[in-house]
Design a protein around this ligand. Sequence first.
Ligand SMILES: *[C@@H]1O[C@H](CO)[C@@H](O)[C@H](O)[C@H]1NC(C)=O
Ligand SMILES: *[C@@H]1O[C@H](CO)[C@@H](O)[C@H](O)[C@H]1NC(C)=O
Ligand SMILES: *[C@@H]1O[C@H](CO)[C@@H](O)[C@H](O)[C@H]1NC(C)=O
Ligand SMILES: *[C@@H]1O[C@H](CO)[C@@H](O)[C@H](O)[C@H]1NC(C)=O
Length: 382
Amino acid sequence: MGLLWSLVLCILAQAACWGAESPPQQAFSSSPLLSRGCNDSDVLAVTGLALQIINRDQKDGYVLGPNRVHDVWEHRQDSQGSLFYLTLDVLETRCHVLSRKEWKDCGERMLHEAVYGQCKAIFYYDKPKRIIYLPAYNCTLRPVSRRKIYDMCPDCPSPTSTDLSDPRVLEAATESLAEYNSKSTSKQYSLDKITRASSQWVFGPAYFVEYLIKESPCTKPQASSCSLRSSDSMPVGLCQGSLTRARTEKFVFATCDFFMSQVQTPGGENSAVNQSSGSLFRVEQPLQENTTSSSFPIKTTPMRSIQHLPDLNDEKLQGPREKDPQEAFPVQLDLTTNAQGDTLHILGSQQEKLVVLPFPKEQHSAKCPGPAQVTNPLVLPP
Ligand SMILES: *[C@@H]1O[C@H](CO)[C@@H](O)[C@H](O)[C@H]1NC(C)=O
Ligand SMILES: *[C@@H]1O[C@H](CO)[C@@H](O)[C@H](O)[C@H]1NC(C)=O
Ligand SMILES: *[C@@H]1O[C@H](CO)[C@@H](O)[C@H](O)[C@H]1NC(C)=O
Ligand SMILES: *[C@@H]1O[C@H](CO)[C@@H](O)[C@H](O)[C@H]1NC(C)=O
């Protein structure tokens, strides 16, 4: 009887039934915002989709994975869908964004090499029409505190600058790539960019690097004489390499992961994507010029950014910042300052009109933050 009754209710109020297994917690007196639980299954699903779009948007850096949902608000729209205001604690994975791998398929970093941070994202999800859309996001990332890692693990490799101010970093990359090329029977590769570097004392100085490679026009390993590379070609893979010296000997190591496809499908914005659940969603990425109407006086493009800041303890030299979470991980995302909200038009194959509010201030409910994948406080933003 109870089941039948709830089915009837579901038919009467279809829109209220999705996510019915975890009903919204509370509606604020005059605000249309619903405070949701940070461990609700549909919130976790929405979070995963939002990060997937953020990752796909990047041309540089590593794929971000979710560590926990920090805060979440839902705003139901007239159009059956909901606009979510998400605050996510994230971790860099081992995959480069150019691999176009999903965060689920990317390995975790060790604690001593972790890069962590926080993202705010405004995400629209219309389940009945199968539309997802991410009008804006802002993330701040920092490497794990070097001083705290040193206290725990003085022998762990410590990060080194990748800007080639240390010639031994470049040497490690070129030697390891030469080693890789010498074993390659067909193609040869050239160094595109060093993306990470660290050093450690093993039985002598050891340098560890990660770098992007391009295909080289050369067919034989003859490193220096072959510089006819086409500078506009895309990187084809990410390599890990190391160079370790011990008295008279040196040990070189290299392994490379090739990206599945370098072809960026033009107009891929509207292409369908496969989700973990196996169901298909249409992805509406902002179509730059045509996303926002003139009733909404903002530009979409600069509302999508990821900033990298130095390790918190480095900055402490300039003042005690660690105390204030807003300053430790400054992430702001307001599409509007109008408390009544502004209208955002999405033009795609289906038109949607969304009401956007200023990004809600955090209001820690008992259900947020959610459980973290990596619980070490060194990688959790305050
Ligand atoms: C989704 O995955 C299925 C099987 O895994 C595949 O046949 C299909 O082409 C995929 N669709 C897209 C759009 O990638
Ligand atoms: C924007 O939309 C209008 C009408 O839908 C279309 O004529 C115009 O070409 C579009 N502009 C861009 C840059 O897509
Ligand atoms: C992201 O947040 C930072 C820090 O609050 C702010 O300076 C920056 O303007 C924000 N970027 C966007 C695109 O909102
Ligand atoms: C989060 O949700 C999962 C599955 O719904 C549950 O097993 C787990 O205990 C929850 N964790 C917390 C901290 O509530």
